[in-house]
Ligand binder design. Structure first.
Ligand SMILES: [Zn+2]
Length: 216
């Protein structure tokens, strides 16, 4: 009888563990098991690589993931460690893992609000995705055409220019101290100017730079 009880307790523990696997993400209700598996897989593989690119420890604290059905919502929104993804967007673009990785990069960035301008926050997130963890030259904006004020791939082109011209393609030489400054609450754009020169001059340098790849 006692042995039977132990077996029952063991089976209950196993079934509970099966139903509630321990992962990097915590999901709001209503997200299908298939989508949860895809998102958990992306988190497991790429969160450590994002942290490495930005030179920070991989924080094991869970990330809260929710979906919105709102048709006008942007593809993803991140606040602290809470990521809200657009269900309509994911239905339209089921292969856009890069959108999810962009939002995960914002989680790892963890900058205090209102210090670094959004063009640079978005530029760093796109740089990490498009040049480091999912290198995709097709997404790069040619430096001669880039306007860093637009953020995203445009600001990533400015970072790429600085990394190629000043660090021979070693992206961590720029990203790690820039990310650390932003996390401390410094203005990342002011940090760039203090280390590389006025933004107007950096923009002029970028416009003269031919398209190129990082060293690795
Ligand atoms: Zn973003």
């Amino acid at each position: 009888m006692r042995r039977l009880m132990m077996v029952c307790l063991y089976l209950m523990a196993v079934s509970f563990a099966w139903a509630e696997p321990v992962g990097r993400l915590r999901f709001a209700p209503g997200i299908s098991v298939g989508r949860r598996a895809i998102l958990e897989g992306l988190a497991t593989v790429y969160l450590p690589r994002i942290a490495e690119a930005l030179g920070v420890a991989d924080d094991p604290a869970p990330i809260e993931v929710a979906l919105t059905e709102e048709p006008s919502a942007p593809p993803g929104v991140t606040l602290g460690r809470a990521v809200t993804l657009s269900a309509p967007y994911m239905q339209r673009m089921p292969e856009d893992a890069g959108m999810v990785l962009h939002e995960f990069t914002h989680v790892v960035q963890g900058y205090p609000g209102g210090t670094t301008p959004s063009w640079l926050v978005e530029g760093i997130a796109d740089y990490v995705r498009d040049y480091v963890i999912l290198p995709e030259p097709a997404r790069w904006v040619a430096p001669a055409q880039a306007d860093y004020r637009q953020g995203y791939t445009h600001a990533a082109a400015l970072l790429q220019t600085l990394i190629v011209r000043h660090h021979a393609g070693d992206y961590q030489a720029l990203l790690v101290p820039l990310n650390a400054a932003c996390r401390r609450g410094e203005d990342g754009a002011a940090w760039l100017e203090a280390h590389y020169g006025p933004l107007a001059q950096l923009e002029a340098e970028m416009r003269q730079t031919p398209p190129s790849r990082t060293a690795r």
